[in-house]
Design a binder for this molecule. Structure first.
Ligand code: B12
Length: 482
């Protein structure tokens, strides 16, 4: 069968309440590339369309698919891109009623029944991992067999919605074929705060799946049933060597919890150093895994950027997220990473928990300014479908599930939340740039750039007016809060 896999572009509702499609190419749709390998191994013809990366409008995607005339179209459904998924899939089904429309990823996993009930042009929802499920579906569609035996799907049959039992998570991750990255041009760039960091050929990888922690704002726990599974270090290195041969020079690990197992990290770093590859690695980790030893091991293995989920400086807010860290742990992890020689650190923060006060939010901004990090990524806390925080707020009748199951909602916009979006946004906007222009920050940034070959590469990569203007704009307009 011929299948097109579509990574639809995210949308936002702009100030004048219009739907605006965001075109950004920050990371390749790895999930679809994994699916593509599995479907190809099963003998199907597979292609991927990454709408945001190609700046395609919905109309252009629809016209493109009509020309290709596939048997099946599969969509990655995340809350941010579901609007465009609906619009594109509806038009395609109208054009060819025999076209099978399959949706997968987080939203399809947590709200399959709602999707099939409300959108009658969607035929099948794949819940959970798709590498085993998708080939089974296409093999059965191809031989006109029914889908009753296919685990991990919800589908429509004779007007009824059938929910087959969950498919167990894939135990042996080494059994999964490497993602087929060749289905899309290698034009993705490692992007932080909307800025391409280097010119290096860039790829993302997952070396493990899932996370044993249960932060209530994160959907990964429910998606991977609280389990953490890892690939063998040799399997990970085989993929990296292959990428190295294909000219990749920068790899971002997008694991849910990359540094969970120190023993694994040690084995990986020892073995990858023996390969002596000219590849820079980027990883993220929890601050409670923040020892100097761990960071030294990563630094020696050519990790150049570390990202920490710090979230807030209020212990009360951190506990309300069930994050199981303290602000002290965050500061220690940052300082330990510096001691280990890291010259580029990113912290991610959330402001706007339901009962978070202005004082707590302001304290977090001051905390950000006091931390020795290079870039803070700040977003408003969002209650996303499938997360504990979303379900808790539904139970408390603060979130109307019917209204928000497709999109999620920024908690700050909910009735009864302690802060007002405009007020706290202005505070953040006014405080944000103070961090960057502070002399101590500039001095450190300058000396670190003198020492770090990677930082010099980044700077020389942006020594042009366009990027300098962009950087100044970012400093004055916190990127992710719009
Ligand atoms: C890398 C990443 C990104 C990248 C790339 C996203 C992309 N298009 O792939 C970038 C940086 C662009 C990104 C942006 C955002 N992201 Co993000 N991202 C991730 C992250 C860390 C890894 C995704 C990944 O590649 N996983 C590895 C692959 C192997 O797994 P997978 O993608 O889940 O795919 C498997 C299954 O889901 C399924 N599947 C997936 N697609 C399809 C399609 C079909 C047809 C089928 C059958 C099966 C199927 O099969 C795949 C193989 O098993 C996830 C966390 C996570 N663990 O998944 C968050 C995550 C997906 N992101 C999330 C969010 C909220 C966002 C943003 C809204 C953040 C923001 N505020 O801007 C934006 C919006 C992006 C958008 N396009 O809508 C949430 C989504 C929650 C939700 N309910 O929608 C997640 C789950 C993080 C979280 N903890 O909650 N993200």
């Amino acid at each position: 069968m011929k299948i097109y896999l579509i990574n639809a572009a995210p949308t936002i509702i702009s100030k004048d309440n219009k739907k605006e499609t965001l075109f950004q190419t920050s990371a390749p749709p790895l999930g679809l590339m994994y699916l593509a390998s599995a479907l190809k191994n099963a003998g199907h013809a597979v292609f991927i369309v990454d709408q945001p990366a190609f700046n395609l409008t919905n109309e252009e995607v629809i016209e493109f698919i009509k020309k290709k005339d596939p048997d099946v179209v599969g969509f990655s459904t995340l809350c941010a891109s579901f609007e465009n998924v609906k619009e594109i899939s509806k038009e395609l089904k109208k054009w060819n009623p025999n076209l099978s429309i399959i949706v997968g990823n987080y939203l399809a996993t947590f709200y399959a029944h709602n999707i099939l009930t409300k959108y009658d042009w969607v035929d099948i929802c794949v819940r959970g991992e798709g590498e085993k499920t998708a080939p089974e579906i296409l093999n059965r569609l191809e031989s006109n067999k029914d889908l009753s035996e296919v685990e991990g799907i919800s589908y429509r049959s004779n007007g009824k919605i059938i929910e087959n039992k969950d498919r167990p998570l894939i135990k042996d991750l080494d059994s999964i074929s490497f993602p087929d990255r060749k289905l899309l041009p290698a034009f993705y760039k490692n992007r932080i705060g909307g800025v391409d960091i280097t010119k290096r050929k860039f790829a993302t990888m997952v070396s493990s799946r899932g996370c044993p922690y249960s932060c209530n704002f994160c959907a990964c726990t429910a998606f991977s049933k609280g389990l953490w599974r890892t690939r063998s270090v040799d399997n990970i290195i085989d993929e990296i060597s292959m990428l190295s041969d294909e000219g990749y020079r920068e790899i971002l690990f997008i694991d849910d919890n990359f540094t969970l197992n120190q023993k694994r990290i040690n084995e990986f770093c020892i073995k990858i150093r023996k390969q002596n590859l000219d590849i820079v690695f980027i990883g993220d980790g929890r601050v409670n895994n923040g020892s100097v030893e761990l960071f030294k091991t990563l630094k020696k293995a050519n990790f150049e950027i570390l990202m920490f989920g710090i979230e807030s400086s209020s212990q009360r807010v951190l506990d309300s997220y069930n994050k199981k860290i303290t602000p002290e742990m965050s500061r220690t992890a940052v300082n330990n990473a510096r001691k280990a020689g890291f010259k580029f650190l990113v912290g991610t923060f959330m402001i706007g928990a339901y009962d978070e006060t202005y004082q707590e939010a302001i304290d977090t901004l001051k905390f950000i300014s006091s931390l020795d990090i290079d870039f803070p990524h700040i977003i408003f806390t969002r209650a996303l479908p499938g997360t504990q925080i979303f379900n808790e707020l539904i139970k408390k009748k603060i979130i109307d599930e019917e209204q928000f199951w497709e999109t999620g909602v920024d908690i700050i916009d909910l009735p009864g939340s302690k802060m007002n979006r405009e007020v706290i946004f202005k505070i953040i906007k006014d405080q944000f740039h103070l961090k960057f222009f502070r002399p101590k920050y500039i001095m450190k940034a300058f000396t670190r750039t003198l020492i770090s070959k990677y930082r010099r590469e980044i700077i020389f990569n942006h020594l042009n007016l366009r990027d300098i203007n962009k950087f100044v704009k970012i400093i004055n307009n916190p990127p992710d809060l719009f």
